[in-house]
Design a binder for this molecule. Structure first.
Ligand code: TNX
Length: 523
């Protein structure tokens, strides 16, 4: 081989090598996201030898635009270390020349994903970069899983901590990563919802859908129709746990969620699943008689009266009040299991409901049955049961939220021997909830049709916070990884090891998780 050939070969090899390298850096050792103990797994990870020390000498600097998340991180560090790092605004003249070790939160507009972030831990600097505060918040959630778990409950005792040198480059696969809580079958308090928000945020879930009305109860104050809560909020499954959110409560939940970069989506189910409203107002019934409160768990027996004008006045008032206090862009209109509504009534009804939501400047989400009506491209279809509905929705140009009941309905039992939960959709063990691909789940629904993933928790058997945690943990983490991580990075064998390591976090956070036998939790 002559010299020129050898030289070009060297050049080609080095170019190829540097192109394949996910993150540049002379001492980067590994490119294996799955070796990092983080859920959901980030896109790109590399590690190198050495460590970054956080101690009392470490300074803390941040850009104004992302100060909320930066401060949150300093606060979190102080839970473990017992002191806060000295904070200042970045880019002051004096900062530029400082050589001290520092934690730096810096805006980087070249990060195009609003939820994307980079973390670079070198010997002198722990650098977090994002183009938004939301991105920085998500980076903090990753850092939380890199720090010792005992930071979570403030039992870390050392004054110093050494972090291994790392680079992480991350952004989500899906922009909609949801969880649904049914507060209608059994009510769940503001405190329980806030607690849930704390936990959802750790795993980068960004949407909390609240199922606010059903046959068994009405859970949101509507000032123009007060009997909805005076009467309709009292009932629940087995008459065990009624209640409702005042509009102030609802605002407080949203404010709390917003701090965690989580959007609330309120659902008023219609035209079926409406017994609580029908029992609160006689005039909403076709026969003019109020129904009795319902304490059972059957579905499909109630319907609003499609022919009465008052029905639409009712909807306009309810949606109008709700839209006014809702920060997010969507209102969910249910539309599922309306077995007591004739199809010829259901179709025009849903059209009117969609128009009402739009007249209050919100977009619509509905369960997959609404695909059979005149929906427009802006209306989102939430797949839960019938593949043909999801396919039809996609064909009509709607985006689809994937909530397959036989995979990620978290109210479905893990196995025959677990106590709470129901079994109509079979069983959803921890591995099944992880081992499916949204983009190839339904023929005719491809990656481009999908807005995101949502795991619902229906609450027929969910009464306490402990019940809720038992069904949600650990399955939610698998859902979070499906929604966030690149399909090529997802792998059950890696996931189950990382999930086993979350045990410590579940325990320090006092989460009543299910010790599924498919995971080797260790002692
Ligand atoms: C079906 S899924 C329902 C709910 C039940 C749930 C129980 C859907 C849109 N409707 O009314 O609570 O099954 O798993």
């Amino acid at each position: 081989m002559n010299f020129i050939k050898l030289l070009s070969l060297i050049i080609i090899i080095s170019i190829t090598y540097s192109c394949n390298e996910p993150l540049k850096g002379s001492s980067d050792l590994i490119y294996l996201p799955t070796t990092l103990n983080v859920i959901p797994i980030p896109n790109e990870v590399s590690k190198s030898i050495g460590s970054f020390v956080i101690d009392k000498e470490t300074s803390f600097v941040y850009d104004e635009e992302i100060k909320n998340s930066a401060k949150l991180f300093n606060q979190y560090l102080s839970k473990g270390l017992g002191y806060k790092l000295k904070g200042e605004i970045e880019f002051s003249f004096s900062n530029l020349f400082k050589q001290t070790r520092s934690v730096v939160f810096s805006v980087n507009d070249s990060i195009t994903s609003t939820e994307g972030y980079r973390i670079t831990i070198s010997e002198q600097k722990l650098l977090v970069e994002s183009s938004t505060d939301k991105g920085a918040f998500l980076a903090v959630q990753t850092l939380r899983q890199i720090l010792p778990t005992s930071f979570e409950n403030s039992t870390y005792r050392e004054e110093q901590i050494n972090l291994e040198l790392l680079k992480i480059n991350d952004s989500p696969e899906y922009s909609y990563r949801g969880f649904m809580l049914d507060v209608a079958r059994h009510f769940h308090s503001v405190d329980d919802v806030k607690h849930l928000i704390d936990l959802l945020a750790i795993y980068k879930i960004n949407t909390l859908h609240l199922h606010l009305s059903d046959d068994q109860g009405w859970r949101i104050e509507i000032k123009s129709w007060t009997n909805l809560t005076d009467h309709g909020s009292k009932s629940s499954v087995k008459n065990e746990k009624g209640g409702f959110y005042t509009q102030e409560d609802y605002k407080e939940i949203q404010k709390y969620a917003l701090k965690h970069h989580i959007t609330i989506i309120p659902e008023i189910d219609m035209p079926g699943h409406t017994n609580a409203a029908l029992s609160s107002y006689a005039e909403l019934n076709c026969n003019g008689k109020a129904t009795k409160p319902y304490y059972g768990t059957k579905v499909g027996f109630s319907t609003l009266c499609i022919d009465k004008d008052i029905t639409y006045k009712f909807l306009d008032d309810v949606i109008g009040e709700l839209a006014k206090i809702t920060l997010g862009e969507y209102i969910h209109i249910g539309g599922d299991e309306s077995h007591s509504t004739k199809e010829s009534d259901y179709i025009p009804f849903i059209k009117r409901a969609i128009d009402i939501v739009k007249s209050h400047n919100k977009k619509v989400i509905g369960w997959d049955e609404i695909a059979n009506t005149q929906i427009d491209k802006e209306t989102v279809v939430q797949f839960w049961g019938k593949a043909k509905n999801a396919k039809l929705g996609a064909k009509k140009g709607s985006k689809i939220i994937m909530s397959p009941s036989d995979k990620i309905y978290l109210d479905i039992k893990y196995n025959d021997s677990t106590k709470i939960g129901i079994t109509w959709a079979g069983l959803n063990p921890v591995d099944d909830a992880y081992n499916w691909n949204p983009e190839s789940f339904i023929e005719g629904v491809t990656r481009d049709n999908i807005l995101g993933i949502e795991a619902p928790l229906w609450s027929e058997t969910v009464v306490t916070r402990a019940d809720m945690e038992f069904l949600v943990f650990p399955r939610l983490l698998g859902v979070a990884e499906i929604a966030w991580s690149k399909p090529g990075n997802r792998d059950w064998n890696s996931y189950k090891l990382r999930l086993a390591k979350q045990k410590e976090r579940f325990e320090v956070l006092n989460i009543n998780y299910y010790k599924s036998p498919v995971i080797e939790w260790g002692h």
